[in-house]
Design a protein around this ligand. Structure first.
Ligand code: S3P
Length: 449
């Protein structure tokens, strides 16, 4: 009895324990990495093929906590999703009008994309859906989808005056003939509206304040949905027939490659080859920003995979100078902005990131968490309402930093640790499993001590 109690206590401790990783300055960064599949495209390939009719084979899918959340949710709508022998995924779509009302609460885990895009589908189908997520996701704003989807005819209730998850949706009657301007420039919100628009009786137009990633328009378009796109106005005509299932090969994720792009650029002795990276124009802001700073990034073997432009990237050490980042560049580099701040810390001069208030509502408040982490490394940095002001050219000292459960921040800390004087400890280091489960192994591979 006594033994059992002790054992249980130990197991509980291990279960609750957050893993830390310690690293120090790498003498050289060398080698090749094929980064995992694009997270945004993986979610979409899974969801849209679940809406379509027919069998689809998805290769190169990101296998991570976020995409597992999407798969688990889709199965609750009655979609048959199977693992194929070669690590790819098979989806047997029954058609958008044959999705079942979910048979359980949809647990979206840490994934905002899962919750917001699925909400659009839930608004379209007949029945009741309840969506929830982890502590981080339950503190992220959902009024940005509740308001437009309600305007389109769905009945929605959410916590905190219809702004926070859990979200309950009664769908089935989407009223078309409407123009909607989302409250934030957000591909997740645009996509939720367009997915609901598939079920509308007339066309629906989304007017974006800034261009956001266009994977939804491209992939749904390839499956037979009819879009007419003029600048930032996207009009969807509801399909007369079922969408056709489509095999997708998912390219590597530029937001994941970003940690190596920045690590190599700021390290004094680096040359990294990053294979198979998606360079969609709406996602490649980081490359433009680093080139403005003087970065040495070459694109080779430009090609198309799954309808998306892809290249191999060769990134070498560079002497960077500070830069101002704002306006249209922000949505094109939204998930990479904490790494831009790190590049700014190493660069000569000042780097100012503005118009990026959206960072405050990501997996953590990335303006304050990036400020805190880079301050811990000794960087001179100021927090702005809508961004960060970084004073570059000062030494970076090893630090004990905490990822706050945010995958991108764990990787930010690791990249800083690779160039810092002294030891760095990344606490809650396993948060990388949200988007890049093999991150720490890949880091060991390229670090030559
Ligand atoms: C995503 C869009 C972006 C991005 C997120 C993934 C997507 O969010 O930050 O990591 O897949 O559509 P917003 O659209 O809310 O800016």
């Amino acid at each position: 009895m006594w033994k059992k109690k002790i054992l249980l206590g130990v197991c509980e401790e291990i279960y609750k324990m957050k893993i830390s990783r310690t690293l120090s300055f790498a003498n050289k960064l060398r080698g090749e990495i094929t980064v995992p599949g694009d997270k945004s495209l993986s979610h979409r390939a899974l969801m849209f093929n679940s809406l379509a009719k027919g069998k689809a084979h998805i290769k190169g899918l990101l296998h991570s906590d976020d995409t597992n959340s999407t798969i688990d949710c889709l199965k609750k709508f009655g979609v048959d999703i199977q693992n194929d022998s070669d690590g790819s995924i098979l989806i047997f779509g029954k058609g958008m009008h044959s999705l079942n009302e979910p048979n359980d609460v949809l647990d979206c885990g840490n994934s905002g994309t899962t919750m917001r895009l699925l909400s659009g589908i839930c608004a379209g189908i007949n029945g009741i859906s309840i969506l929830t997520g982890d502590d981080s996701l339950r503190s992220r704003p959902m009024d940005r989808i509740v308001d437009p989807l309600t305007f389109l005819g769905a009945q929605i209730f959410a916590r905190n005056n219809n702004s926070l998850p859990p979200v309950m949706i009664k769908g089935g009657k989407i009223i078309g003939g409407q123009r909607i301007t989302p409250s934030a420039a957000s591909a997740q919100v645009k996509s939720a509206i367009l997915l609901a628009g598939l079920y509308a009786d007339e066309e629906i137009t989304v007017v974006e304040s800034k261009t956001t990633r266009d994977h939804t328009e491209k992939l749904l378009g390839a499956m037979g949905a009819k879009f007419s796109i003029h600048g930032n106005e996207i009009t969807l005509s509801p399909p007369q027939n079922e969408l056709s299932a489509i095999d997708v090969t998912v390219p590597g994720d530029i937001s994941t490659a970003a940690v190596w792009i920045v690590a190599a650029s700021i390290h004094p002795d680096a040359e990294l080859t990053l294979r198979n990276v998606g360079i969609n124009q709406t996602r490649s802001g980081l490359i433009d920003i680093l080139r403005l700073m003087g970065g040495d990034i070459k694109l080779e073997n430009n090609r198309y995979i799954g309808g998306e432009p892809v290249a191999d990237l060769i990134v070498r050490s560079a002497s960077l100078t500070g830069v101002n980042v704002s306006g249209e560049l922000i949505p094109r580099a939204i998930d990479e902005l904490p790494l831009v701040a790190l590049a700014g810390a190493v660069a000569e001069g000042e780097t100012v990131i503005q118009d990026a208030q959206e960072l405050r509502v990501k997996e953590s408040d990335r303006i304050s968490t990036t400020f805190k982490i880079l301050s811990d490394f000794g960087v001179k940095i100021e927090e702005l309402d809508d961004g960060l002001h970084v004073y570059g050219g000062n030494p970076i000292n090893g630090a004990i930093m905490n990822s706050s459960g945010d995958h991108r921040l764990a990787m930010l800390g690791a990249a800083a640790g690779l160039i810092a004087d002294g030891e760095t400890t990344v606490e809650d280091a396993d948060s990388v499993t949200v988007s890049y489960p093999t991150f720490w192994e890949d880091m060991e591979k390229i670090c030559q001590l």
